[in-house]
Design a protein around this ligand. Structure first.
Ligand code: 2DC
Length: 461
């Protein structure tokens, strides 16, 4: 095997790099009770600089564990999926109505568009709707309310209506500027992070460099918007208790539970909001791009969806259990176009990989992008073939798009549900076509994104 394992030293850190699924299994087995990945210094520096608390993204050790356990129950436990499904389904349906409207307006029975900003809005709307939705009771909220500083500059009437149990209204032509600003801030935050993987943030800060300034500006925008969203929920919780016993949303549930401090809740909910926009929308965009190349595959998926729709008789949670090919498509997208170029762990015991002895404490990086495209690991890796995920034996430590184990992506369940429902609605109503395009390349902006805008044509079935 050529170079499947090697050491590298970039900037200030040294790592051992692997790509084999079997080696990934060894790495994860040695991750210990408090798994740690590479610390993104830019993100922690910003928080230190502004005196913001770390959420689970950046916490480590016992503090990470105790927060993560509480969040898991509300965000990623299978039992809570049912809470999100109706909310996400509603956003999905609205998105389809919006596409339909665009098609009708065009008078050519199709809509040709770079969907990326539309998908950002879709993802943000899903976010806010689930995480900062509404509430049904208001025990002892006065004290909670006090810790919020009103930010009048960011007066987002549309957002407050979502938090109130209605919607953001992002899927309209005139998007609220503050919401668009939030979206732009997230993109800038990712983009300005990558240079700081190699040059320490404090150096750039000392130099007054653009990168650091952009980064601070981006996070400032993210934090104030998230703060504003949460502030509005608090206000609503106080003003109008009782919301027909409906699911109150992640934020309200966490607050009413009182297991975490408000500061901890704010920190992790802000991360969830920021982490769920570009990631899911890019993955959906890549999926549509791949599907556009294969009309027959779209048909296959449609058949599966139609059968699932029929036999689930309106029960969406059941329906989602009957669409393995749709799920395979998303796995396939994350294989070829992973959001994270690699996964990393500091191992907590000595391990042996490919006959190399690697001492405890070493940073091990699993090259997710490389793994997904390796022909010894995936047959004909260049082919987008969702059905390859249907055979159980071919999956061992190969589907790692959301990471693995207790430190895997906290937003995973929401992201998966949101993306599955999106594809279901999309394929039930539309055909996706490309412009006879050549292969789209990707680029690294901390997460992997398409190098150029992806333009697709959407037609009614
Ligand atoms: C980037 O060399 C390349 O899920 C670096 O939703 C190593 C590295 C470390 C951490 C990874 C990062 C890479 C890619 C983006 C990831 C991040 C951990 C979490 C983050 C994978 C591979 C992401 C996209 C989160 C982002 C949350 C948000 C609040 C910033």
């Amino acid at each position: 095997m050529v170079l499947s394992t090697y050491r590298e030293k970039i900037g200030s850190y040294e790592s051992v790099n692997i790509i084999e699924p079997e080696d990934a299994a060894i790495m994860f087995k040695a991750e210990g009770h408090y798994p740690r990945r590479l610390m993104i210094e830019a993100w922690s520096s910003y928080r230190d600089y502004r005196n913001h608390r770390y959420g689970v993204l950046l916490k480590d050790g016992e503090d990470w564990k105790s927060n993560r356990v509480v969040l898991n129950k509300q965000v990623i436990a299978p039992a809570v999926q049912g809470n999100f499904v109706p909310l996400l389904d509603e956003v999905g349906q609205d998105f389809m109505a919006r596409i339909q409207g665009k098609i009708e307006k065009s008078r050519s029975n199709k809509w040709t568009v770079d969907l990326s900003n539309e998908l950002f809005k879709y993802a943000l709307e899903c976010e806010v709707f689930t995480k900062c939705h509404t509430f049904h009771t208001s025990k002892g909220l006065d004290s909670l309310f006090d810790c919020f500083v009103e930010k009048p500059a960011l007066c987002l009437s549309a957002v407050s209506s979502v938090l109130y149990g209605e919607r953001l209204g992002l899927l309209q032509d005139h998007i609220e500027p503050a919401a668009q600003h939030f979206i732009d801030c997230i993109t800038l935050m990712f983009k300005s992070t990558s240079p700081m993987l190699y040059i320490p943030p404090w150096v750039l800060r000392r130099l007054g460099a653009r990168t650091w300034k952009d980064h601070v500006e981006a996070w400032d925008g993210i934090f104030s918007h998230a703060d504003h969203c949460m502030h509005n929920i608090f206000k609503r919780m106080k003003q109008e208790p009782g919301h027909g016993g409906r699911y109150p949303g992640v934020l309200a549930t966490l607050m009413l539970q009182g297991q975490l401090s408000i500061e901890d809740i704010k920190a992790s909910v802000t991360e969830l909001m920021a982490g769920g926009v570009d990631t899911t929308s890019t993955t959906l965009l890549w999926t549509l791009y791949e599907l556009a190349k294969q009309p027959e595959l779209q048909e296959e998926l449609r058949a599966e969806i139609a059968a699932a729709r029929l036999s689930s008789q309106g029960d969406l949670v059941e329906m989602l259990k009957m669409v393995p090919l749709v799920k395979g498509a998303l796995k396939e997208t994350l294989r070829l176009h992973p959001v994270a170029v690699n996964l990393q762990r500091y191992i907590t015991q000595d391990i042996v990989i490919q006959n190399y002895h690697i001492p405890s404490g070493t940073l091990v990086q699993l090259g997710l992008y490389a793994m997904g495209r390796d022909h010894q690991i995936f047959q004909r890796p260049e082919q987008y073939r969702p059905s390859r995920w249907l055979q159980g034996n071919a999956r061992y430590f190969r589907s790692l798009g959301f990471g693995f184990g207790p430190r895997q992506c906290l937003g995973r369940r929401i992201a998966e549900t949101e993306m599955q429902l999106f594809l279901i609605h999309m394929l039930e109503k539309f055909k996706i076509e490309n412009q006879g395009e050549v292969d789209m390349r990707s680029t690294f902006a901390l997460i992997i994104i398409p190098e150029k805008p992806i333009v697709l044509t959407i037609r009614p079935l």
